[in-house]
Design a protein around this ligand. Sequence first.
Ligand code: AP5
Length: 210
Amino acid sequence: MNLVMLGPPGSGKGTQTKFICDEHTIPHISTGDILRDAIKKETALGLEAKSYIENGELVPDAVIVGVIKERLKQADAGGGFVLDGFPRNLMQAEALDSFSHVDSVVEIEVPDDVIVERLTGRRVCPECGSTYHIKSDPPKNENSCDQCGSKLSQRKDDNEETIRRRLAVYHEQTEPLKQYYKEKGLLHEVDGTKGIEEIQNAIADIIEED
Ligand code: AP5
């Protein structure tokens, strides 16, 4: 199963991809996580990506397509993967089709005003990558990770101004992919305003039926 998760920033792609990959034991390939890890390690990729991410803009296609192509060479040998954050525009979708294939696409739909509330309340663990929300999904002990006990932090691009820029980029560049995958008969739309578990069950049904 090669699955693509689509949806605006903060729609729950990362949260739901984690459940799918744990259940099916397949790799969770998040371009955002790859880029943030590169920034943390100060690699050439990280240095190039930093300002784009902090301004809510897309990293250039040539850079990100190269990263995904390399990563999929490893993943394609196994039993599939879930792509979280890629493709993000038509050029990336066509590039993906040229070196791999997509079996199914899940699009998590959430209105913009809900997104702003979600992302300003998101907290992440800098050590193990676990994600929380101060209201809807809080850690058991305030500000510390349930999994590894590290102090939680806020992503630099989770401030209201950058969130609104990310949403504008999403509507302009990523949303046309819904039509692209609809025409291929691969698109499944899920209501992302429901609870985390309800969405998890809806996606599990889609995967089972596919
Ligand atoms: P990326 O890391 O991919 O960010 P994003 O798409 O903006 O998505 P997020 O990670 O912010 O949100 P999510 O949908 O995973 O939501 P989550 O599950 O965390 O990309 C960051 C940047 O990297 C981009 O802006 C760009 O610069 C660059 N980049 C990445 N890929 C690229 C590409 N292909 N090309 C070019 N540049 C690229 O949930 C959010 C919050 O809501 C959490 O707090 C969670 O607990 C909570 N939550 C989740 N589900 C629910 C629910 N159902 N109800 C209530 N709360 C919920």
